[in-house]
Write a protein that binds this ligand. Sequence first.
Ligand SMILES: O=P(O)(O)OC[C@@]1(O)O[C@H](CO)[C@@H](O)[C@@H]1O
Ligand SMILES: [Mg+2]
Length: 280
Amino acid sequence: MADPWIEAYTFAVEIAKKAGAEIRKASESEIKISTKSSTVDLVTATDVRVEKIIIGALKEKFGEDVHCFIGEESISKKGACILTDEPTWIIDPVDGTTNFVHGFPFVAVSIAFVVKKELEFGVVYSCFEDKLYKGRKGQGAYCDEESIQVSDNIDINKSVIISEFGTDRTPSKVKKICSTMERILKIPVHGIRGTGTAATNMCMVACGAVEAFFEIGIHCWDVAAGAVIVQEAGGVVCDVDGGPFDLMSRRMMCANHIDIANRVIKEIEIFPSERDDGQD
Ligand SMILES: O=P(O)(O)OC[C@@]1(O)O[C@H](CO)[C@@H](O)[C@@H]1O
Ligand SMILES: [Mg+2]
């Protein structure tokens, strides 16, 4: 049977690179900053413009009303993200906006494609590193054209874990995030890192640079593409309580091996987070 999504996969790689070039060009001019859910949840005109470029190119290529779209900067204006069985693009045009504003060189374009609620493929372009990560269901994961695999280290005491502080400054949440970081450090692990973009963090798991990444408070557009790439690189993706991964839950754990995931999960102090789809 012909591969129905190969053209979409190839085009996603092409448009991610074009979007990355736009981000690099925009970084050379003054960046005007606005805020969203909190004073530290930043958005710029580049986020909005790059998302329009990506969605516009996809609609031109595949037809105006053929696919559905969940984009960070368009959806957030309308509220809940409703994922149907229709072929759907899940897009974060600039993952790591704070980094983009500060010139911290980890900024990713994240494009995922979901069919019948199944992740079909994911593309993450780290545009200042000029590294293109991609993964297709059943067809492996790559960085540029090189096949990538998760780390083979299953000794937690020899692991590096990624997590983030997020953009919610509610004191009770900040306390739980910091306490979780302290508990993980004291396992002990070799270190805790964070690039400031979930998509790139997941690619660090996929290419074996770290053993695990988890975060509560991310959105579907931050992790959809990375989830495919980690799974296709031989890793596991689940909920922060060890249950099945739920794309709309705004929480995620990914790791090179279930034993590492479960060991880190023991230290996570979970706090509630509204779902992307608005369900309870
Ligand atoms: O708003 P952005 O930049 O698209 O994404 C937000 C984000 O970069 O912030 C988190 C850090 O807490 C990341 O995990 C997540 O990807
Ligand atoms: Mg973003």
